[in-house]
Write a protein that binds this ligand. Sequence first.
Ligand SMILES: [Zn+2]
Ligand SMILES: [Zn+2]
Length: 333
Amino acid sequence: MDAWVVARPGPVATRPLERTRLPDPEPGPGELLVRVEACAVCRTDLHLAEGDLPPRRPRTVPGHEVVGWVEALGPGTQGPPPGSRVGVAWLRSTCGACRYCLRGAENLCPTSTYTGWDADGGYARRLTAPAAYVYPLPEDEPAEELAPLLCAGIIGYRALLRADLPPGGRLGIYGFGASAHLTAQVAIAEGATVHVMTRSAAARELARRLGAASVGGSADPPPEPLDAAILFAPVGDLVPVALEALDRGGTLAVAGIHLTDIPVLNYQRHLFQERTLRSVTANTRADGREFLRLAAEHRPRVTTTPYPFEEADRALSDLAADRVEGAAVLLMS
Ligand SMILES: [Zn+2]
Ligand SMILES: [Zn+2]
């Protein structure tokens, strides 16, 4: 089958992705064989391609926002039958037995594995996935609009939970790509006032269209103090900026898996008055199910930039250069 692999992790200008042919994967016990219909391009794919996240195995197929159709079940697998539409997301497996898994925090499982990092992902015609970790998807929605929900949407929702936004609260969003534009819409639908700070003029325009109360440059102060903020831009320099924009008792959640260094913080300016700084690590399957339920209820407008499967490397360089509006999505022909 046709596939893309991370052949030489490095700057995107050095073309770390390589298009290749791989044998069709075979589903093992507990696994599904899934034919890929669409795969959204996540910033994490860029971090993997560029080597910010070190490879866990050589020549892995990236991609963890996969909309596809079950073609076969591995030996002894209980799961959706062939012909079912499923979503394959970032969290691929957890142990189910450690202290974190047992207390409902499987996102912190030390032996968790990830689609497109520990195992081949969706920049390919087919992939395998454990049946217990896929999500059922509606069969009548466009794949292009479902794919970004599977990481951009789910992780953004986890970040929103971690930001502890009070009902009807004031939420600041720093950076406005695929994840932020979905999170903002869910927050607004649930009653929040959302202020968006981002460097891209096109993204500011999109934020305004989607109902943001104000938009500004990436380090601009919002027009009112924030009860909560989410940092989507992978830029550590924005941590003190966002902390300073918080009201007393406010929380900043850092949504990315990778962040440049955070500058020295000043206790009085950035943390005193019980402001809280938190990270966000992956998601639980419960987060995924809850977000997909909310998305079905609120129907966020999913802004996408489609690319043919054959142009995955161009999608990645466009993402690196901020040339993508909403989510980049690879479509299988
Ligand atoms: Zn575990
Ligand atoms: Zn992702």
